[in-house]
Design a protein around this ligand. Sequence first.
Ligand code: G4P
Length: 528
Amino acid sequence: MKINKEINRRRTFGIVSHPDAGKTTLTEKLLLFGGAIQEAGAVKNNKIKKTATSDFMEIERQRGISVATSVLGFEYKNIKINILDTPGHKDFAEDTFRTLTAVDSVIVVIDVAKGVEEQTEKLVKVCRMRNIPIIVFINKMDREGKDAFGLLDEIEQKLGLHVTPLSFPIGMGYDFKGIYNIWEKNVNLFTGDPKKDIEETIQVSDLSTDEIDQLIGTDSADTLREELELAQGVYPEFDIDQYKRGELQPVFFGSALNNFGVRELLDCFIEIAPPPRPKQSDIREIRPEEDKFTGFVFKIHANMDPRHRDRLAFVKVVSGKFERNKPYLHVRSNKNLKFSSPNAFFAERKEIVDEMFPGDIVGLHDTGTFKIGDTLTEGEILQYKGIPNFSPEHFRYINNADPMKSKQLNKGIEQLMDEGVAQLFTLELNNRKIIGTVGALQYEVIQYRLEHEYGAKCSYENINVHKACWIEPKDPKSEEFKEFKRVKAKFLAHDKSDQLVFLADSEFSLQMTQQKYPNITFHFTSEF
Ligand code: G4P
């Protein structure tokens, strides 16, 4: 059947890393292999640069461009690959968390010199919670860095992974000679020529012969033999099922900038990475090969043109076939919607398409109907799970700075929250609005967008909140819960979906409150 063939040839994944580890460079090299771009630099220029952190106008401009890189689709060896962009910048971490609900696997990029960094730890934790299959790529082998065994150890310790190398470096930095590919049993010699499109690999069937000595010299060959023997003793043999269950993570070494080790990574990736997987909804698990289309919104991107307030909603197709102009049920509003110009994403462009298959991402024009997490179906009433909110790190009151524009302000806040720019909490006591964000930068973005897109003005006021916790009482009618609500009234708020939230002002008061009310659970994500 056509649909099964289409499903099996799709690989939808994200590349996650701490900023600067080489995610953009690797993405670009993968696109070059797929023939999707002709020269390096195409993706790089769209990247939100680190220098822009203090210049948010620049970020807005780049955010506009970054629609183009939100989803990068291309074909390689008859496999349809969709790379979903996951910003490494920590102020956009929530965007990345949500995108991870739409991937079927990830590649984690680690800088050989820096090792495991903070953002990588956070992102891998989310991947592990969802048992997403992970391949690790250790980048910048052309530079001096940590020794391979030390680094593998660090990855296991800090990321809680269970690794097995599928390639192994021969030296590093100045002495970097290449890699031995355990997966393909060949040697790839490093020339340091980034212009070389495809590296030549030399098949080495038996490492004990002097074939390898002639290639890399006797000293390096001896070291390689010893290290591989040690690696075999320490790390388990690669098992594809364990990898797919998220229990074992293969590791590759290379240098993205030099286009080295990337082909090996890609070839192994298309062979082992899973095609679209079944997904749990609130009523049942949905399999990709089911007849009927279902999908969910994982990202909403505002149009940067202030004259049009339309947005682009990114929908992951979970099952069946999405068709242009066919009515689909928008489950939350119980309305049927038709889409006359659904977009598919390719490396540098988007195009209107007639049909899309599981694993694909459809871009739908939206004038404010969609909210992150919304489900579309052919009529069945179900809701996909797994797009939780995490507690924000920053909290501020938002005030209306132009009383004539309160309608516009409310509309603007509502739509920006639907997009997932930040979280809104409304205090129970006095209905004051509090905006919670992951990064301080978002406050400027919100203020700017409210003014330019909605004609509303706002100001902020500090509030001392340490963490937001979603509250679940064992018994909502209990005396304990009533007392909690009375005593803590000042700290209680509702989130956008009207769930009760406790805004703790310090870690200490949170702990005290938890101890005092043992029959109330304090959740750190909105989904439980
Ligand atoms: P990111 O998306 O993860 O933030 O990282 P990005 O690809 O932008 O790479 C960060 C820096 O690391 C870039 O240098 C890039 O050229 C460099 N880089 C990437 N891969 C390798 C590699 O294999 N070896 C070496 N030596 N460097 C690598 P930059 O100076 O910040 O940017 P640019 O001026 O090169 O654009």
